[in-house]
Design a binder for this molecule. Structure first.
Ligand code: NAD
Length: 377
């Protein structure tokens, strides 16, 4: 059982329209000049304009940037930080998906330390993060949970690997979880981001670090996702399902902070870094096989998850596979097209994610990896 008890020290405020209270929230945490880091898509929407107006209406100076790219690279983060260092900001408001929020965390870290390079802060690196500028996170996708986690995922251009910065100072002070901001997501993005939340919940329930609290959050998220996600993919305008998915994604984020992740994200990070495929689908692409592999070591968790999927424990891998197909998630071959890596190449990539793999209750042998790859192909 985990010795780590942190779930979130973020103040979470949730509800339709809550994003527009950002001005009073920013004032309340002492911000005066704010970097509004906003995803380029959201920046062009009425919601983006209204969030900027809500900040200026409270007398805050706003410096705006849309320098957010999917799977943010260290180079982009460092360029943004060097520009922001000239703007005398004392807080950041991030509006967007995990990429915007993680960019904000990394920039807030560089500015607070007054250094140009992010690499020393990578998990296991030479510098331990000590501080970050205060961050208000406003998620516009329902998947990563980054609004409550103390993790930032950065793509390192020299190796094309997705690397983690992981330290409690990266925790946002406030998360404004407003499901209305997710309503503009097309079905494919709803699916892709929802899959990330599903992966978080399934992995942390079955990891070696799970605990009663993370289990409770994760199983609640799974029960919600199983019902709401397929409906939302078919009809993105259902506010009840949008609210359910936003809540599930934030709960799954709180759960995996403590319960941690393992093989699904090892696969997801390896494929995302090497082939730039969408994060959520990459994390679940081998999930039926992963659940089958860990089942003997985590029978209680597997039984609980099977209950959420409405099947017997022995049928869980097949039920998850059916769920992925129903939601339109790609299989491994489709996800990687036009690339056609050999199992050996994939296993080598996966093995690079040792830190995540070691949190799995079963560490697959090469033979197990190979048969999992074949089944998922
Ligand atoms: P994203 O932030 O990369 O955004 C994906 C695309 O969706 C972008 O093109 C963006 O413009 C668009 N978009 C965002 N919100 C939209 C909306 N409401 N309507 C229409 N389009 C919208 O996607 P994401 O899945 O939220 O984030 C993925 C990143 O988060 C990855 O880098 C992943 O590794 C990271 N991540 C971080 C954590 C963490 O705890 N920090 C956890 C999981 C994943």
């Amino acid at each position: 059982m985990s010795m780590q008890s942190q779930f979130s020290s973020t103040r979470i405020v949730t509800g339709a329209g809550i994003a527009y209270s950002v001005g009073s929230e920013a004032k309340a945490v002492g911000m005066t000049t704010v970097l509004l880091l906003i995803d380029p898509f959201l920046a062009e929407t009425p919601a983006g304009t209204a969030i900027a107006a809500a900040l200026t209406a409270h007398g805050l100076n706003v410096v705006r940037s849309t320098a957010v790219e999917p799977d943010p690279s260290a180079l982009t983060i460092e360029a943004l930080s060097s520009w922001a260092a000239q703007q005398h900001i004392d807080g950041i408001v991030a509006v967007g998906g995990g990429s915007a929020i993680d960019t904000a965390k990394a920039v807030g870290l560089l500015l607070a330390h007054n250094v140009p390079h992010i690499a020393p802060f990578y998990h296991g690196g030479s510098t331990t993060p000590a501080r970050m500028l205060p961050l208000i996170a406003i998620p516009t996708t329902a998947g990563t949970g980054s609004e409550v986690t103390f993790v930032a995922v950065v793509t390192e251009p020299s190796t094309q690997r997705k690397l983690l910065i992981r330290h409690p100072v990266l925790t946002p002070v406030v998360a404004l979880v407003d499901p209305d901001l997710c309503a503009s997501m097309p079905a494919a993005l709803t699916m892709a981001t929802g899959m990330d939340a599903l992966a978080h919940s399934l992995e942390c329930l079955t990891s070696t670090m799970s605990s009663p609290m993370s289990d409770t959050l994760a199983i609640t998220a799974i029960r919600t996702i199983v019902v709401a996600l397929p409906r939302l993919i078919k009809n993105g305008h259902n506010p009840t399902d949008r609210a359910a998915m936003s809540g599930a994604a934030t709960m799954a984020g709180m759960a995996f902070l403590s319960g941690r992740l393992h093989l699904g994200h090892a696969v997801g990070h390896a494929l995302g870094g090497a082939y730039h495929v969408a994060h959520g689908p990459a994390c679940v692409v081998m999930m039926p096989e992963i659940m089958a592999t860990v089942a003997p070591a985590r029978t209680g968790a597997i039984a609980q998850i099977a209950g959420a999927f409405g099947c017997r424990a022995a049928d869980l891998p097949a039920a998850i596979k059916r769920f992925l197909i129903d939601c339109g998630a790609p299989n491994l071959r489709t996800l990687l097209a036009p690339h056609h890596p050999s199992p050996t190449e994939l296993i080598t990539l996966f093995r690079g994610e040792e830190r995540l793999i070691n949190l799995s209750p079963v560490v697959p042998t090469d033979a197990q990896w190979e048969s999992m790859i074949q089944a998922a192909w």
